[in-house]
Design a binder for this molecule. Sequence first.
Ligand code: ADP
Ligand code: MG
Length: 689
Amino acid sequence: MSQHLAHMSVQQLKGVGTMLADKLAKLGLYTLQDVLFHLPRDYEDRSHITAINAARSGASLLLEGEVLSCDVQNGKRQSLAVRLSDGSGQITLRFYHFYPQQKEHFKRNTRVRVFGEVRLGASGLEMYHPEYKAVRVNEPLPDAKLTALYPTTEGLTQARLRQLVGDALVFATPQSLPELLPPFINQRFDLLQALHTVHNPPNHIKRELLLLRVHPAQQRLAFEELTAHQISLAQRRQHVQILQAPVLAADCPLATQFLDLLPFSITNAQRRVWQEIAQDLQQAKAMLRLVQGDVGAGKTVVAALAACHAIAQGWQVALMAPTEILAEQHFINFNQWFSQLGFKVAWLSGKQSTKERNTSLTIVASGEAHIVVGTHALFQESVQFGRLGLVIIDEQHRFGVEQRLALRQKGEQWGMCPHQLIMTATPIPRTLAMSAYGDLDTSVIDELPPNRTPVTTVALPNARRADVIERVRANCQTGKQAYWVCTLIEESEQLEAQAAQAIYEELQQELPELRLGLVHGKLKASEKQAIMAEFKQGNLDLLVATTVIEVGVDVPNSSLMIIENAERLGLAQLHQLRGRVGRGSTVSYCVLMYQPPLSHMGQERLAIMRATTDGFLIAEKDLELRGPGEVLGTKQTGLVEFKVADLARDQQLLKTAQQLARNLLKDNPHNAQALVQRWLPNAPKYVAV
Ligand code: ADP
Ligand code: MG
């Protein structure tokens, strides 16, 4: 009998030693089964030529055009730069390693066909070291096959990964990689056929179809993945339900005292959501509630109210935020409120000194601290709680489900489990939330505090930059503050920081009379915080920032926001950013700057941003424009990342998957566990009840 692939180490593949095994481990690949379920994210397609003006950074494409020029350029490193045009647009081919005669290949007007990854470089769109060859007009395309492209890690090439998958496929037989779904689930593809198809698509399949993940082979895998996911959710639910949670009285005089401290009265929506939370907290079963509320809806106050119920009865509260800036802001608010009421609030962050940290750890462990506010640092091993009764997580989409569970498990002592409240400004349609989290109840704060003046949004082309700068000057001269947000398409904090620095210097020159600050992801947390504090205190007029300020920063006196390259950002992100203004009672403006010509998608997005400030409407449009896979399936949301399934697209599979999951757990727990192991090897393992 052949060995089960879930028990065969990657090192059993030809040429895989400890070094390569370590790299594979970074991708979560330990066994041959893991390798086979590492599914392609995309496919290389040399079967057609893309027009240069349709080329996007990040895509590997086949292009064809005529040489306009060919020069040796002396930048930081010497390179051969070939300018290519196909009538629709231009691109630069750049060779850092080249030999002198290579110039002969690129005589003016030579027609060349090139294949490579499109990047954003010094001269706009570029390709580094593409494959190329001279061609005649209308030269036929080779009969090219789609080639899988996998998620990978540094030092591991696509070619090597492809080879490993190919080698692993050789070991795959119905014995070594058994079907785990019952035979009555009628599938057009069996497991092995499906895997062969997605890793090595036959010639006739179109890339577009595969990218939509609707090919029957992919749907077959998606169904299995959804089933595994539903099994895992059901296991979690069972696990949580056997744990007791502290019973916290709904009647809470401390909450009333807290409300008296506020300079405003809470909205009806805030009150309703608070009541929903209070209802949960008085059950002996752990609350698991998601509070959705648009930016500025006042989620922090609701969190503080929930905290009142716990600390009033001697339980501790942990409040976790995704960034230092946001966590510190919460700490300042909570400390101010609760110290007045006689409670102690502790601060924990990865960046504080060992001494400060130890002090915090001590008072958290002893129970002297009633509330502890912090970042991810909160769920590290060294943090021990005295009597944790409630965990609050802000801006949940930045945290994964695993992190949220890890924090909860910290509080699990003597069979007791803390309540958990999650707050997010990312509206998720209810059906999606249910199937994504399965185990969450949801509340919505569907009303903004009164007297907010909605932000007026305009879109301006980059050519109007000078006017925009004037506008910043005029705004700040009246004593109000402004943000200037720099965005970069490349996902490198380093490049983004450099770009922000350059813009900061430019603006300093243009606006010498204003006090400017700069924050970006490369600064130390303490530096970031110092600048944010200055801005908050009104000692800076203009804050130049990268998207690090996207989440939760609250400075009511800022009334103008400039967003550069707005056409490159998604609606959700634009909405988050814009939410930083319009927090006080002054009229606020948001200027979306863009580089024409706009794509269709870009036009739609900017139009929606101008038309509405309603986060739920924007989220719906976002779903429409991008499709739910993008909205929910990505890292950003912190939801489970699926390999092939998509909660929205595959909704028709979900019901059956849910039913099957239940049956398998009951009738065939061994297969149920094997499915979870196959698809979600990192899911927490619960001892069967
Ligand atoms: P978010 O929901 O985006 O987290 P915050 O909790 O930061 O919003 O609240 C935004 C601002 O609105 C804060 O300055 C807060 O003090 C204020 N605020 C909250 N609730 C109310 C209310 N009911 N009336 C007036 N202002 C409020
Ligand atoms: Mg907030």
